[in-house]
Design a protein around this ligand. Structure first.
Ligand code: ADP
Length: 491
């Protein structure tokens, strides 16, 4: 191959890994076809990297960390590199949005929103690099004790396919700002913008070897990366099962991890809520990105006096939702691949068979290409809190509605799954807003709203099975560094 990476999304473009600042094919020469979820047609390919490619990338990152200028560079200079990356993402925003949209099937406007959020990450972390510092600690007489925040070293970032560019940015922004070097393994279903952004990082002045990308399957490249002995820290966003496998692999080397593993997030609507404000938000919280969002609001809990009204109004909205190809920019795009579509369709069919009541279904546009992976939205009502559809993450446009009576039951239902990522509370009662926000076990709680809308400044992460560690905001800078305590004896 050896073809340099091109900027356009021309048919059949062969994308390359980026190792030590140079494009590289997999040593085996194996490739993975990249198909657009909108029509199932192949338009590009990526290297199917294996353990040997990962080894080269990790060694490059290791060398860049220990021998290169990056980790010794003044924080302000590092920050400027990240800020230049922000400006380059802005400059190439249209290409990046189109590439992301075509690669993942997400509607065009979502691709643009993802670019906006990506820019904010690099802007925020570029500015933050020289604003994080340690402490001095009152200690014994004759001593001075202080803490330094030190980079881990080589950070492995294993990225999912739902918001690849944004999730890469939250990992890379924070990791680079703290002076780490990176090896990123994007998802086999959505690697293209990661390769492109790593190239832009080089252009921004991030030295060779600091930001490496190795594409390939999780079981090959991903597994080799998480178990590599020269990797100092692993950060992962994806499914709980894969998260467990990655933690086990990292445990072989006793390395730290950040895990963001999805949710079954409740949106709690009390009878006194402003329903006109709530209804469109309740729908968007599950429909955005076709429901393929870790923080999707996939359960709506409604207080009994307004349950029938909310159910009827949501049903009216759901029946009008239409899925179609990314460039048609409809309510939602296709799901990422055939496997996910079949999985979601299977869960919907099983719930129907188990007798869960369907309140409404949206549709797939009549002109949507036959080869695309479409799933019409489904609204289930009066769902049993123990039903599969109430407990498991569907990762598709499927919303489950539950009636409740009073605050106690609302909190109990909200906390009745194994997950704890995000929640919302809809009520005009200020005291109740505070009470419920405190009692719900979730990493983020929104009152009279839902979703961070980017929210780069807001720490994000899970309780329970949703994971551990925090991304976004300043907290991510702590996850991406370690405290070193230095004690001076000057008696
Ligand atoms: P899905 O099951 O929808 O593909 P995953 O959570 O498995 O979602 O994938 C998220 C990321 O994890 C992808 O980059 C994928 O390649 C990677 N991955 C999958 N399996 C493993 C594994 N065993 N070790 C490391 N990474 C993996």
């Amino acid at each position: 191959m050896g073809t340099p990476l091109t900027l356009t999304v021309a048919e059949g473009v062969a994308f390359m890994n980026l190792i030590d600042g140079k494009p590289a094919d997999a040593l085996s020469g194996a490739r993975i076809d990249v198909a657009s979820p909108s029509d199932g047609k192949v338009f590009a390919s990526i290297p199917a990297s294996g353990a040997a490619d990962v080894d080269l990338a990790v060694k490059s990152a290791y060398k860049a960390f220990h021998e290169g200028p990056w980790s010794r560079m003044p924080a302000v200079e590092r920050g400027r590199c990240v800020t230049r990356l922000f400006h380059l993402v802005e400059k190439h925003g249209e290409e990046l949005a189109a590439l992301e949209s075509r690669d993942t099937g997400k509607p065009a406007r979502q691709g643009k929103a993802d670019v906006t959020a990506t820019m904010r990450y690099y802007e925020f972390y570029g500015g933050a690099a020289d604003k994080i510092h340690g402490d001095t600690i009152p200690f014994l007489d004759g001593y001075t004790a202080l803490t330094l925040r030190e980079p881990h070293g080589v950070v492995a970032g294993i990225i999912p396919w739902n918001y690849p560019m944004q999730i890469l940015a939250r990992v890379a922004g924070a990791a680079l700002a703290m002076g780490n070097t990176l090896v990123v393994k994007p998802a086999e279903d959505a690697s293209l913008t990661t390769i492109r952004i790593a190239q832009l990082a080089l252009e921004a002045g991030v030295p060779e070897g600091v930001f490496n990308v190795v594409t390939g399957y999780g079981r090959d490249a991903g597994a080799a990366l998480s178990a590599h002995p020269l990797v100092d820290y692993v950060t992962f966003t994806g499914s709980p099962l894969t998260g467990t496998a990655i933690q086990q692999a990292a445990a072989i080397n006793n390395r730290g991890v950040t895990m963001e593993l999805g949710g079954k997030s409740p949106q709690i609507v009390f009878a006194d809520a402003d329903l006109d404000a709530a209804l469109p938000v309740l729908v968007n919280a599950i429909i955005q990105n076709g429901g393929q969002t870790c923080s999707a609001g996939s359960r709506v809990l409604v207080e009994k006096p307004v349950y029938e009204r909310v159910a009827a109004e949501l049903a009216a909205r759901f029946s009008k939702l239409v899925a179609g190809p990314h460039d048609a920019d409809l309510d939602l795009g296709p799901l990422i691949n055939e496997k996910q579509r079949d999985r979601v369709a299977g869960m919907v069919a099983a719930a129907k068979e188990a007798g869960v009541s369907v309140l409404a279904e949206g549709s797939v546009h009549a002109d949507a290409p036959r080869g695309g992976y479409y799933q019409a939205p489904v609204l289930f009502g009066s769902v049993d809190p123990q039903a599969v559809i109430a407990q498991e993450e569907v990762f598709g446009p499927v919303l489950a509605l539950f009636p409740f009576e009073g605050e106690e039951e609302a909190v109990r239902l909200a906390n009745s799954t194994e997950f704890g990522l995000v929640a919302s509370v809809w009520s005009k009662d200020g005291a109740r807003q505070h009470r419920v926000a405190k009692r719900v076990r979730a990493g983020q709680v929104f009152v009279n709203g839902y979703g961070a809308g980017g929210g780069i400044e807001l720490p994000f992460g899970g309780f329970k099975k949703s994971g551990h560690g925090r991304e976004k905001g300043f907290e991510a800078l702590y996850d991406m560094s370690a405290t070193k305590t230095v004690v001076f004896n000057h008696q």
